[in-house]
Ligand binder design. Structure first.
Ligand SMILES: [Zn+2]
Length: 441
């Protein structure tokens, strides 16, 4: 079912672009005043911002609740109460000195979808939920995607004692934000018919190609490695090359391997692959001393999970070789974290593409190089994700910008896709069978 464009000042939109824009700017006011736009999860600004969202959800006719992981959920009932909900969501927290759109657009566009449905007196068969996931960005407690981990059953108990610099635990912070950390298992969902996320691209592919929307094929998996080399600190003037045990030389060679083998992996034709050495620590870090210690953090992101393990094995070998050549010890080779790639559902992607075509919007199929709440949700429900352009690809900074009409395009695609999924009996029947067979297992 397609809703034709309404005659407001903004062309080509089925939603109210001005109203969505006003919401985006209003929520941006909930920031640390001296450091726009900072609304870190669990902070006062964040909780005040959420109270504001909660009120907008209620005004739009939704019932509001917090699950045990303190995800904020607005719900509009459907005409067939037994059907599983279709969910739309993202996150309302920001990084320090972040932007006004990352995550926030996905939540507020969901709100705009609900308002539009109500205004037009459209009753969906399925209940609709708008989810503001808790703490998608790295939190003070050293964990990101807290809420979506919980929803997919991956917020493990051993994360709860993680502390921030004031000694508050993650569990206490979740409780303070409206959750019940001792009952996290209740936050796990297996009942969602589908999950849709709108997000800004945070890159420049859409802008540089002049495309309206990016329909995400998959969200990369991420692996982070810590590698440490130990040599000896000697006088930089008095120690000849053949007697040196220079940890930084081994690190430098490893950095080169990360880049060169990364390029080979990227060219292998197995989907998106990228690798970075983004952090280095050197001791004693003095001009006249041979470096005794060098520590690297290496990160790789890929659509193909097998490629990630192959890359880890390649860097394992390369760093050992680098250590031997530099006559140092490779003291640490440790996987700090990993997350699996997530695949967007083909049928949902088709619905999104057709919805875009009905709206006269151009699309591009692309992988997401950034992690999102959807990555976790994909483990318990079929997901689809759509990007709108980011000006100059800027994100996680105050300059982050997506014009009002492009934000509205994103909300319109959510609405159209939602209506298509709501009407797709075959999709829903196969989804129900899947859920039932999982319940029996
Ligand atoms: Zn985000």
């Amino acid at each position: 079912m397609t809703i034709s464009a309404i005659g407001d000042s903004t062309s080509n939109s089925t939603v109210n672009a001005d109203r969505l824009w006003r919401d985006l700017m209003a929520l941006a006011d909930f920031t640390e005043p001296d450091r726009p736009y900072t609304r870190r999860s669990f902070s006062c600004c964040f909780l005040e911002g959420r109270a504001w969202i909660e009120n907008r959800f209620r005004e739009a006719g939704m019932s509001v609740s917090y699950d045990t992981a303190a995800n904020l959920i607005g719900r509009l009932e459907g005409s067939e109460p037994n059907l599983p909900p279709i969910a739309i969501g993202s996150h309302s927290d920001t990084v320090p000195s972040g932007g006004r759109f990352d995550g926030i657009l996905g939540v507020l566009a969901g709100l705009e979808v609900i308002r539009t449905l109500r205004e037009r007196n459209i009753h969906t068969r399925h209940p609709i939920e708008i989810i503001d996931f808790l703490a998608e960005e790295p939190s003070e407690y050293g964990l990101s995607c807290v809420g979506s981990r919980a929803l997919s059953g991956h917020l493990l108990e051993h994360f709860l004692p993680f502390e921030n610099s004031q000694g508050e635990t993650l569990g206490q912070a979740i409780a303070r934000s409206g959750g019940q950390p001792d009952k996290l298992f209740l936050a796990r969902r297996s009942d969602l018919a589908a999950f849709l996320e709108l997000h800004i691209e945070q890159g420049r592919v859409l802008e540089s190609s002049g495309t309206d929307l990016g329909i995400v094929s998959s969200i990369v998996g991420i692996v982070r490695l810590e590698i440490e080399f130990l040599g000896a600190a000697d006088h930089a003037g008095a120690t000849p090359f053949d007697l040196r045990r220079d940890a930084l030389v081994a690190a430098a060679s490893t950095i080169s391997s990360v880049r060169s083998s990364g390029e080979q992996f990227a060219a292998a034709g197995r989907g998106y692959f990228i690798a970075t050495t983004g952090a280095i620590q050197v001791e004693p870090n003095a001009a006249n001393v041979v470096p005794r210690l060098a520590r690297l953090i290496v990160e790789a992101r890929a659509e193909d999970a097998a490629q990630l393990s192959e890359f880890v094995a390649t860097i394992d070998k390369a760093s050992l070789h680098a250590a031997t050549t530099a006559k140092v010890e490779r003291a640490v080779f440790r996987q700090l974290s990993d997350s699996l790639p997530a695949y967007c559902d083909q049928r949902l992607r088709d619905h999104m593409r057709m919805a875009a075509s009905d709206l006269g919007l151009t699309t591009l199929s692309m992988a997401s190089g950034a992690g999102h709440d959807s990555s976790f949700v994909a483990q318990v429900a079929p997901i689809a994700m759509v990007f709108v352009p980011s000006r100059e690809g800027r994100s996680h900074c105050p300059e982050e910008w997506t014009p009002a009409q492009q934000c509205a395009n994103g909300a319109a695609i959510l609405l159209e896709t939602l209506l298509r999924v709501d009407a797709d009996q075959a999709f829903n029947q196969s989804r129900q069978k899947q859920t039932q067979s999982k319940e029996l297992q």
